[in-house]
Design a protein. Structure first.
Length: 652
C-alpha cells in the first residue's frame, strides 16, 4: 500500500468513528453520507503506439517472402505503411478493447519533402496526427531541427483543432528567450499528463534524448536537456504523491538506452519508446519482411526496474510502417501482472509476383500466409485521412516540378575514376554523361563531378546544421544522374533517389584508412561493381588499384575546416576520433563497407535527416545568378577526394 493510500485509509477510519459517535450529522440529525475510498481493483489496458514516423506519410512498396499457391516462398511486392493506414489500424484495434491509450514516442518531423515543402513546417504531420488524436506525444530530437520557434509553430498546428494532444518532455528546460518558455507558451510542453481509464488514473511522462538533441539538432541557445533518468524519477515521485500507481514513460531515448534508464528507476510500469528505430517482434520477421527487418528484441521486451519489479518495454520501428499493440494487465496494487502484444506491420492487398498481379489462387495462399505470420496486417488506408493528405501531396508534386537552381556547365557523373570506354559495358560507367564529359581528362583522373559535389554538400550542411563533421562518405553508385541547365527539385532528388538517412559516426584514423580500402576492394576485388567507389568530403588520397588488397590507398590528407589547410592523417594516433557523416546504407555495411558496420553503437548516431533534403539545402545556399537562381558549379579541384588514380587502364 502506498503512503497516499494509507493516509486515505486513516481518514476514512476517522470519519467512520465520528459518524458512530454522532459527531457528524445533518440538520435533521441524519448521518452525512461519506464517500468511502474506491476499492482498488485490476485494470486491463491496451496501448496503441507509433514512433519515428519522420514525415513518412505516403505508402511505399515492400517486398515480402510469402507462400504462393504451389507452397513455395516467392518475392511478393505490396504497398505498405503510410499514415492513412496507421489511422485505420488504430481505429480498428481500439474498437476491440475498452481501455485504450494512443501514444506517439516522438520524431514526427524531418525525413521527407512533406516536412518543409508542403506548407508550413510540419503542417502535414500535424494534420495526420490529429486524425488519430493521440493521448500523448513525446518530443524527439528532430522536433528541434528548426529551433524552438519552429517547434512552437508545429505545436500550434497540432493544437489548432479539437484534439490538442499533450506534448511531453520532462527533461527539457527552455531558454529565457525561447518561444516555448512557459512565460510565453504556458502548457505548450509539459513534463507529464494524467489520463483516466475505467475510473483509474494513469500517469504518462515524456522524455527526450538529451545529448543527441543538444549536439545534433537545433534547440535555441540556452535550451538545455537534463539527465533522462533524473528527470523521469522526479516525475514518477510527483505522480505517486498524487496517488497514481500506474506510470508509463513515453521515451524518445532509444531501445538500448531505455533499458539503462529503467534499471535506474523506481515506479515505472511501461516504457513506450522511440529514437533507435528498433523493430521488435518474432525472429520470423527477418525472413518474411524484406526491408532489412531484423528484430532487435522481443515485443514486448520484459525488463525490471531497480527494485526488481517488472517493466514492459516496446517500440514500433519507423516511418508509419508498424502500429504496436501492447496489452498490459495491472493487479489491484497497480503493479504489472502481465503484458503481451503484437507489432502490426501494415500492408495492402495489392500483391504482385514477378511483376504481375497475383492470380486468384496465389492471392488466396498469400493471404493465408499473411494471417499465419501473426504480425502482417492487411490494412486499407483510411479514406478521410487520405483525403486530408491529398492537398499536401499535390504541393509536394508541384515542388518537384519547380526549378530550384541552374547548372551552367555539365556536372559529369562517373562512378569510378580511370577506366576505358572499351571496358565491359556496365563497369566503365561512361554512359551517364555526355561525350564531352567523358573526354575530359579531369573526370578520368578524379571521378564524377556530381558525386564529389554530393560528398561536399553533406560536409558543408553537416557543419552548418547537424553538429559538425570532419569528413563525409558517398559511394559513387549512390549518385545517379549528372546535372546541366535548369534543375528542378525532382531532378535534384533523382541525383540521390534512395531516401537514405544520414548517420554520424566517430571513427579513428585507422578506421578511415580501412573504410577507404573497403570501398576500393569492393570495386576492384573481382565483383565487377562500380557503385562502392568512395567519394569523400574533407578527405583526399591517392589510389593505386594495381596493388594488393589493403594497400591501395596512400597519402591520406584531412582538411581543417577552420583554416582550409590539409595535413596527412595521423595513422599512429589510436585514440583520436573524427566525425564522419555518412548514409545509413553505408554506415550499416552496404556496398562492402564492413569497417563502418563494425563501429559500435556508442560511436554512431542516427542524425535522421534525408540525404535529398541535405542536397537541396546545399543547392539553395549556392551563389545566385542574374536570374535569381542558385548556380550549381563544379567545386574547387583541390577538394576532390581522389588526388590521383591508377588502374589497369590508366597510368595516373
Amino acid at each position: 500500500m502506498t503512503k497516499m493510500k494509507k493516509i486515505l485509509g486513516a481518514s476514512a477510519g476517522l470519519a467512520a468513528a465520528l459518524l458512530t459517535a454522532g459527531c457528524l450529522s445533518s440538520g435533521d440529525d441524519d448521518p452525512v453520507p461519506v464517500n468511502p475510498e474506491p476499492q482498488a481493483r485490476p485494470l486491463a489496458l491496451t496501448i496503441l503506439h507509433i514512433n519515428d514516423h519522420h514525415s513518412h506519410l505516403d505508402a511505399t512498396s515492400s517486398t515480402l517472402q510469402l507462400k504462393v499457391a504451389d507452397g513455395s516462398r516467392k518475392a511478393v511486392t505490396v504497398s505498405a505503411g503510410g499514415f492513412p493506414r496507421v489511422k485505420t489500424a488504430i481505429d480498428e484495434l481500439a474498437a476491440k478493447s475498452p481501455n485504450v491509450l494512443k501514444l506517439h514516442a516522438g520524431d514526427a518531423l524531418t525525413g521527407t519533402l512533406y516536412f518543409n515543402r508542403a506548407g508550413a513546417v510540419g503542417e502535414p504531420d500535424a494534420v495526420m496526427m490529429n486524425t488519430v488524436c493521440f493521448d500523448a506525444f513525446a518530443l524527439g530530437n528532430h522536433e528541434f531541427d528548426k529551433g524552438d520557434s519552429g517547434l512552437k509553430g508545429f505545436i500550434d498546428l497540432l493544437h489548432a483543432g479539437s484534439c490538442k494532444t499533450p506534448v511531453l518532455s520532462a527533461n527539457v528546460s527552455f531558454a529565457a528567450e525561447s518561444a516555448l518558455n512557459p512565460s510565453r507558451a504556458p502548457g505548450a510542453v509539459s513534463p507529464s499528463t494524467i489520463v483516466e481509464r475505467d475510473g483509474q488514473k494513469i500517469g504518462i511522462i515524456g522524455l527526450t534524448i538529451a545529448a543527441k538533441t543538444q549536439a545534433s539538432s537545433s534547440p535555441d541557445k540556452g535550451t538545455v536537456f537534463e539527465d533522462e533518468a533524473v528527470a523521469a524519477q522526479r516525475q514518477i515521485d510527483a505522480l505517486r504523491k498524487q496517488g497514481i500507481d500506474k506510470i508509463i514513460l513515453l521515451s524518445h531515448t532509444g531501445y538500448g538506452y531505455d533499458k539503462q534508464i529503467i534499471a535506474k528507476l523506481d515506479g515505472v510500469d511501461v516504457l513506450v519508446g522511440g529514437d533507435s528505430h528498433t523493430l521488435l517482434g518474432p525472429d520470423a520477421m527477418a525472413a518474411t519482411y524484406g526491408m532489412g527487418a531484423t528484430p532487435g528484441g522481443a515485443y514486448p521486451t520484459r525488463v525490471t526496474d531497480k527494485q526488481g519489479k517488472p517493466v514492459c518495454l516496446v517500440q514500433a520501428w519507423e516511418y508509419s510502417r508498424v502500429v504496436g499493440e501492447l496489452k498490459v494487465e495491472f493487479d489491484a496494487k497497480g503493479e504489472v501482472s502481465k503484458c503481451e502484444g503484437t507489432p502490426h506491420v501494415l500492408i495492402g492487398d495489392d500483391f504482385a509476383v514477378g511483376g504481375a498481379a497475383a492470380g486468384a489462387s496465389d492471392k488466396t495462399a498469400i493471404l493465408a500466409d499473411v494471417q499465419a505470420s501473426g504480425f502482417l496486417r492487411v490494412t486499407a488506408p483510411n479514406t478521410a485521412a487520405a483525403q486530408r493528405l491529398q492537398p499536401f501531396k499535390l504541393k509536394v508534386d508541384e515542388f518537384n516540378k519547380t526549378v530550384v537552381a541552374q547548372a551552367p556547365d555539365e556536372l559529369c557523373s562517373r562512378r569510378v575514376p580511370g577506366g576505358s570506354p572499351t571496358q565491359t559495358a556496365g563497369w566503365n560507367d561512361y554512359g551517364r554523361s555526355s561525350a564531352a564529359c567523358n573526354a575530359q581528362g579531369d573526370v578520368t583522373r578524379r571521378g564524377g563531378d556530381i558525386q564529389q559535389i554530393v560528398a561536399q554538400a553533406f560536409l558543408e550542411i553537416a557543419q552548418k546544421s547537424y553538429g559538425g563533421a570532419d569528413l563525409t562518405l558517398q559511394s559513387g553508385g549512390g549518385v545517379r544522374v549528372p546535372l546541366q541547365g535548369d534543375i528542378t527539385a525532382g531532378r535534384a532528388i533523382e541525383v540521390v533517389p534512395f531516401g537514405n538517412q544520414l548517420y554520424r559516426l566517430e571513427v579513428t584514423a585507422t578506421e578511415i584508412k580501412n573504410l577507404l580500402e573497403d570501398g576500393i576492394e569492393a570495386t576492384y576485388g573481382g565483383t565487377g561493381a562500380t557503385g562502392p567507389y568512395p567519394y569523400t568530403g574533407g578527405l583526399r588520397w591517392d589510389v593505386d588499384a594495381t596493388r594488393p588488397k589493403g594497400s591501395r590507398v596512400a597519402n591520406i590528407e584531412l582538411r581543417d575546416s577552420a583554416t582550409g589547410n590539409w595535413a596527412l592523417l595521423d595513422l599512429g594516433n589510436a585514440t583520436r576520433t573524427y566525425k564522419l557523416f555518412v548514409l545509413s546504407f553505408n554506415a550499416n555495411g552496404g556496398d562492402g563497407y564492413a569497417t563502418l558496420a563494425a563501429v559500435p553503437a556508442s560511436r554512431r548516431l542516427d542524425v535522421g535527416v534525408l540525404d535529398a533534403d541535405v542536397f537541396l539545402e546545399y543547392i539553395a545556399a549556392q551563389p545566385k545568378g542574374g536570374n535569381g537562381l542558385p548556380q550549381l558549379r563544379k567545386i574547387d579541384a583541390g577538394l576532390y577526394s581522389t588526388k590521383s588514380h591508377r588502374d589497369a587502364f590508366s597510368a595516373d
